[in-house]
Write a protein of this length. Structure first.
Length: 152
């Protein structure tokens, strides 16, 4: 399985990007993981770029599964998140997409393309910080799946 994380904004617009890269490197010990950054300056542009990407790239990847990060999504603890990833692997999902919207959130059209929506918290985070939280939680999920001692 391959993980593709789609994020609005530029890679370099977040001072925590080194930590995101560190967790991405750790994830790569379990599966391929890549980030795609889509730039846009307004809500219409952000969601249009996301829709364009989903129309092109997710269709080309048969066996894909899309998870939108959305404040209205279902909250999960780390073990349930790991279980969802494990289920995707068991179901032979080839590409697991995560969508991080920009400061305007995700349009209904983008959300409707997702197989599921999850909320990282009831708190609202800047989209740059969500990158870091997601990267860490993906790494944590793989250590849970493998029974490693990172998650205790």
């Amino acid at each position: 399985m391959k993980i593709v994380i789609i994020a609005i904004g530029k890679e370099k617009d977040f001072s925590g990007q080194d930590i995101v890269r560190e967790y991405t490197d750790r994830i790569s010990h379990y599966c391929a993981c890549e980030w795609k950054y889509l730039s846009a300056i307004d809500q219409k542009g952000e969601n249009a770029r996301l829709e364009e990407f989903l129309n092109k790239d997710s269709k080309e990847s048969s066996g894909s599964y899309i998870i939108a990060l959305d404040e209205a999504g279902k909250e999960r603890d780390s073990r349930a998140f790991a279980d969802r990833i494990q289920s995707c692997m068991n179901e032979s999902v080839r590409t697991l997409f995560f969508i991080i919207g920009g400061s305007y959130g995700l349009s209904d059209a983008v959300k409707s393309r997702a197989n599921m929506a999850i909320a990282l918290s009831k708190l609202t985070f800047p989209h740059q910080l969500v990158r870091l939280i997601l990267a860490e939680q993906l790494y944590r999920a793989f250590t849970i799946i493998r029974g490693e001692k990172y998650h205790h």
